[in-house]
Design a protein. Structure first.
Length: 401
């Protein structure tokens, strides 16, 4: 058996991993309905005013404000109702003094009018309204260009698009946005003991779990997953998989430890360089990072909980940087109270699965080899190396899964 050299501190490993990542420069045009949670790669400048005309902000009556200047409780101003305007009407109407037009919300303000008064603020008669107070010019109006002005920049390049951004683009008639492509992640699993779902398990075999959990992490972190065929315990097969993939990141699980048959590190050394191998994180010590050409290769433990742990704390931040969506790192954090004291005798950075309930968390870690350590968890807490205890009742930051 080969032994690890000196383990690299987790914080240093994360720093090196992020330094090795280059944000994606490839771009693609996307329809608005496809652009949610993507990063725009262009500045979006409005070619028009929004709204493109002055309109009623409420259902009511369009009028000349000067006609109401003397209105009071004692001497009410009477205006004749001579027309009605609905939203979308384009008929040319001119309002004369002494008149009012009934108008719906969104209706275009007619020429001659400079205000709208709501239905509930007037006394309605058969074909007349009575007004008991002066109405100020501009009342209850949405002015042309009030929302967006022609020439205004409404989206900066690099903006992570949410629903409001999509709506802003639609409001100026833009149906497509140029965005950065998602990073491509090839997911490889190595081991003679791994079987595909759907096959009958033979003696000593287990189903491929890691491809599916990693695909979910990649999707959630802004990437596109490509599942590779299972690779058997052969340096040549691993090298072929590394050489033939065009992915931005290649992940391999099950061959990053230090046994004679853990061959990923040998394949990477043959084709490129190893950046680190072995880190002070628990679970996940055998993790390695290398580079083959322009491709990053992340070797991860085969045990399901160890693999998913490394995916959360290392692969996810790498993908967020690569996809230009780094700010999302804080969006999955919540604060909770620790329901039980957590202790550690290890100097490693520990990642501990937890279950949330009414603002408190309990640990649910069973072991690195069992997937239910994570499937029973709502998130995880981190215990940095050198900290031996977090007491019950203390506040902790929980990263949601």
């Amino acid at each position: 058996m080969r032994a690890f050299g000196k383990l690299m501190p987790f914080d240093e490993a994360l720093k090196l991993a992020l330094e090795a990542v280059k944000p994606i420069d490839r771009k693609e045009k996307l329809k608005l309905e496809e652009a949610l949670d993507r990063v725009i790669s262009e500045e979006l400048v409005s070619p028009m005013n929004v709204p493109g005309y002055t309109r009623a902000a409420m259902d009511g009556y369009a009028l000349k404000s000067t006609d109401t200047s003397t209105a009071s409780d004692e001497v009410k101003t009477a205006l004749r109702i001579t027309a009605e305007i609905f939203a979308g009407d384009v008929k040319k109407l001119i309002l004369s003094s002494g008149e009012t037009f009934k108008i719906a919300t969104g209706g275009m303000l007619p020429e001659g009018a400079d205000a709208v008064t709501p239905f509930e603020d007037v006394e309605e008669q058969t074909d007349t309204i009575l007004i008991d107070k002066p109405i100020e010019a501009g009342s209850c109006l949405g002015l042309e260009g009030e929302d967006i002005k022609i020439g205004e920049t409404i989206l900066q390049s690099g903006t992570f698009l949410h629903a409001g951004h999509i709506g802003a683009a639609a409001s100026i008639g833009i149906g497509e946005l140029e965005c950065y492509e998602k990073p491509m992640v090839a997911i490889g699993v190595s081991g003679d003991e791994i079987a595909e779902i759907g096959e009958t398990l033979g003696p000593g075999e287990v189903y491929d779990t890691n491809s599916y959990t990693l695909s979910a992490v990649v999707f959630k972190s802004g990437g596109v997953a490509e599942k590779l065929p299972i690779v058997r315990d052969s340096v040549e097969q691993i090298e072929e998989a590394l050489s033939s993939s065009n992915a931005d990141i290649i992940t391999f699980t099950g061959g990053s430890s230090v046994g004679e048959r853990d061959l990923i590190v040998d394949a990477i050394r043959n084709l490129g360089e190893v950046i680190f191998h072995g880190i002070t994180v628990k679970p996940g010590k055998p993790t390695l990072l290398g580079k083959v050409g322009e491709k990053l290769v992340l070797g991860m433990p085969g045990y399901p909980t160890s693999c998913l742990t490394i995916a959360n704390v290392l692969l996810t931040p790498m993908l967020r940087k690569m996809s230009r969506s780094e700010y999302k790192a804080d969006s999955n954090l919540v604060e909770a109270t620790l329901a039980e004291t957590v202790t550690s005798k290890s100097a490693s950075h520990q990642v501990i699965p937890v279950k949330l309930s009414n603002g408190t968390v309990k640990t649910v870690f069973k072991g690195s080899s069992v997937i239910t350590s994570m499937s029973n968890a709502d998130g995880y807490i981190e215990l940095p190396g050198g900290i031996s205890e977090i007491k019950a009742g203390e506040k902790v930051s929980v990263t949601l899964l």
